[in-house]
Design a binder for this molecule. Structure first.
Ligand code: UDP
Length: 245
């Protein structure tokens, strides 16, 4: 494995800081490359470990970043440290800043319509030079092709999908071949955060690596999903033991 990538439970993570990563994406945007970015937390890694079809979607990604302290810790435990988390939300915000600087066009897909409209208003306010090429809420009929047709026609520089996993990766992987260019990235609940509907954990909670706990307290309905964390940790420990032998 090259040093550019670090494998955790079979998922190859790009070995990068967030700033280096955004700079790299900037180069791809300059060249109008087609790029597919997955920001993977432990839940996603575990899902890829257990579900072959989802794993194949991830195989199509240009880059997979470590979105979650659990992935960074796991990489360290397995002897291949990663420098830091590269989260979907932070990368999204940096890409919006880049789009603002370069007047790039973007397409937004996902979340409830009212959240999407608030997200657009917030982008217009904070990043006035960003061109919104189009948008669609995230509760659509997957058998219709209106959304991909619009993206094909408008050719936005960046397409952000806030559909949650595994939907967003599935949508991109299954349609990638139809597009000529564009940076495609799944960003989970990021529209809800930008629209002010969901609060991200304050920096303190992120620094002490307890963002997951903050989210659990704020959105207790997520508890079932959080069971993935100890299962992920158990699998990483097993892999570490196996590697030692
Ligand atoms: N969502 C959507 N379409 C769906 C289901 C969910 O657009 O069919 C949106 C939902 O409104 C929310 C985001 O996807 O804005 C999922 O956020 P979540 O925090 O669950 O993301 P994850 O943690 O899975 O990345």
């Amino acid at each position: 494995m090259s040093e550019r990538f670090v494998e955790v439970l079979g998922v190859p993570f790009i070995n990068t800081t967030k700033d280096q990563f955004v700079a790299r994406l900037g180069e791809h945007l300059n060249k109008e490359d087609k790029t597919f970015v997955v920001t993977a937390n432990p839940e996603i890694v575990l899902h890829a470990y257990e579900d072959k079809t989802y794993r194949e979607y991830l195989d199509r990604a240009t880059y997979i970043t470590a979105d979650g302290i659990g992935v960074v810790k796991a990489a360290g435990m397995l002897g291949h440290p990663l420098p830091e988390r590269v989260t979907g939300f932070d990368t999204f915000m940096d890409l919006l800043a880049l789009a603002n600087e370069k007047s790039y066009s973007i397409y937004l897909l996902g979340a409830k319509d009212e959240v999407l409209q608030k997200t657009i208003a917030e982008i217009n306010r904070q990043f006035p030079n960003v061109v919104i090429a189009g948008s669609h809420h995230g509760f659509f009929d997957w058998s219709e092709t209106t959304i991909e047709d619009e993206i094909k026609e408008k050719k936005p520089d960046m397409v952000f999908l806030a559909l949650g996993f595994p939907r967003q990766e599935k949508w991109i992987a299954e349609r990638m071949d139809q597009f000529d260019k564009g940076l495609f990235m799944g960003i989970g609940g990021s529209f809800d955060v930008l629209a002010g509907e969901v609060q991200r954990a304050p920096e303190f909670w992120q620094k002490v690596h307890l963002e997951w706990f903050y989210r659990l307290v704020k959105q207790p309905s997520r508890w079932k999903r959080m069971l993935a964390l100890p299962i992920f940790a158990g699998k990483v420990l097993r892999e570490k033991r196996r590697a030692k032998k």
